[in-house]
Design a protein around this ligand. Sequence first.
Ligand code: ADP
Length: 454
Amino acid sequence: MRLRSKIHLYSSVLFAILLIVMNVSTYYMFSTLSVNNELDRAEAQTLQIANAMRQVAGEIPTQDLLRGYVPVDGMIRMIGPNGTSLAPVTSMSQQDLSKQKAVYDTTKRVQVIDDLDQRYVIVSIPVIWSDGEVMNIQVTESMQSTMDTLQVLRVVLIVVTCIALIPVLFSIRLLSRVIMKPISAMTLTMKEIRRSGHFKRLELQGQSKDELMEMGMTFNDMIQLLENNYKKQEQFVANASHELKTPLTIIESYANLLRRRGLDRPELFNESIEAIHSEAIRMKEMTEQLLLLAKHKEQWNISMETLNLSEVAMGSAKAFRNAYGREIHVDGQQEVYGYSDEKKLKQLLFILLDNAQKYSDDDIVIEVGSLEGEGYIRIVDHGIGIANDKLPFVFDRFYRVDEARNRQAGGVGLGLSLAVEIAEAIGVRIELHSVEGEGTTAEIWIPREVFKIS
Ligand code: ADP
């Protein structure tokens, strides 16, 4: 069964049961109350008649007395201890009641009976008569008017239940449609994505912040995530196959050369091995960077904290000095703090330091300081620099200012694009200033925690 039909069916049945239970209990309470009222009234009336009859007993013939007190819709009679009944007096409409068997009661009796297709209340009261005998004064009265009222009530309640169910059924239908609409739209979008192979988003209308809207927004976020991942992987495959082609071709051609002439010309051997080795290292480096770029930021395990930027800079400089044997000076303030992820910030510094060492020969300087609520780490080199017109492109993937020159230096054009991704993930900003032939300054701007919270 479809979800919409289920919602419809369950809610309708539940509401119908609720309505029926409510109306049945209303009817039950009302009918009990009416019958009890009728009994009380009949009892009070019979007592009154018994008192009045006893006072004039002996003065007026009993038969006349009975005739005087006969109820409008019933019968009155007197029954003696041996079951003898004076001729019962009935109203015009209830003459058949006189055929009822006379039963003598020693105590007061108030009873409801069904007889002659009708419901009656019988009140029997023992009284001491003028001759000293205990007689029963028995009044039988029809409850037809009460029964008629209850019948009308029954019909009214049934009609009201049926009428009330109509708008309820409509509103439940409307409700199930409102609930189902975004779900159906989502299913449709998913099917469309599967059919076309393109990522699509739900069109979210209205400003409401309800769960359905939230579900739609979550769905769109999820699709965005999937699309990003998909694009990244697509890009990875395209970039990798494109960029790995050159080193693989170089390796292949040197390997061919070695195979054909390696034995005749041993001087080729060193050159070929050297080229194959350096291309293999380039490929390894490129693959590592590509893999990192292909990873989604959510998988980077970023952990933000307040960092002493001078300590981070000094730690990176030391590690870099040991690895590359290049002199790096750290200048500036000692107590500069920033809010970021230590590991990723160091990775960022490594990328910028790596560029500085690749494209310069002089000492490299790291400056640490703060300005207008932000901390900064500057990496200054006095190397070849970047031409002004090339500067805007250096953050693009695989962009190299000078292909030939970079191939020698070992760059693959991925360092700065990776740096931008890292910067975005850890909430810092990168700026690059350069003068061709004079050198380059790469700046990392790190917000302070207080700044971030406000
Ligand atoms: P690569 O791995 O080739 O260095 P990057 O993305 O790190 O790739 O840099 C892109 C290009 O920007 C480099 O190829 C280089 O030409 C230029 N570049 C980056 N940093 C510097 C620098 N400090 N000095 C001179 N040129 C630089």
